[in-house]
Design a protein around this ligand. Sequence first.
Ligand code: KIV
Length: 271
Amino acid sequence: MRQTTYGSTPKPLTVNELIAMKQRGEKITCLTAYDASFSALIDKVGIDMMLVGDSLGMVIQGHDTTLPVTINDMVYHARSVSTARRRAFVIADLPFMSYNTPVVAAKNAAKLMQVGGVQMVKLEGPRIDVVRFLVDQGIPVCGHLGLLPQLINQLGSYKVQGKEPVDAAKIIADAHQLQQAGAGLLVLECVPAVLARDISAQLSIPVIGIGAGVDCDGQVLVLYDMLNIGIGKRPRFSKNFMQDAPTIEGAIDAYHQAVKQSRFPTAEHSF
Ligand code: KIV
């Protein structure tokens, strides 16, 4: 089949291009996005990936957790983001309880792709059965290990995961299983930097860190945290990029350059 190109509109990055970036040692940049205006700005700066995160439940909707976010909320925001992007790879979260069985997950992931226009869906935890089923249906999946915000009522607080050797070994084993099940990317949240470094080195798929040290294949931050406009206290692993930038575009560019040049995160933002 012949590929169609429309004028000079750049084609969105593919997961294979992200894997190639990992192979050549080029850091992958990612920010969360929830609307068309920020999507266009983030894309213009050249950020490689945008995540329509269920963090929108906290930073957009004002809830204390991500749990109240529905699949319809996610589809609405995913559609706004994907409509305005040109080059960035777009992922959206499957929200709490929207992937409790493989069939339910496939139905909801299909909404995110067909209506929301995203290229990949992300789900939290070692849900190997669900990941394998989605991949078999042709749905690209990003895993998410370490701190799992959708489990906050079991965890009790948003704390670093994988500090004890037994917990670190479980995260490593889960990461390998997710890759074997067909996950195309992995997000590691709030884990010790050495653990994230080892997992990034062991996996062939790109590992994107948040609070996981500088040795991941890429970094993601919640947009509102790095612009210092979040409601609560900024997490230690984030940084106020508005501090030295005259504009929002400048702050996003400073983050992009800092990640590409391995200047962010520093030890101050790592565990
Ligand atoms: O929802 C979100 O924004 C996320 C990131 C914190 C990785 O999952």
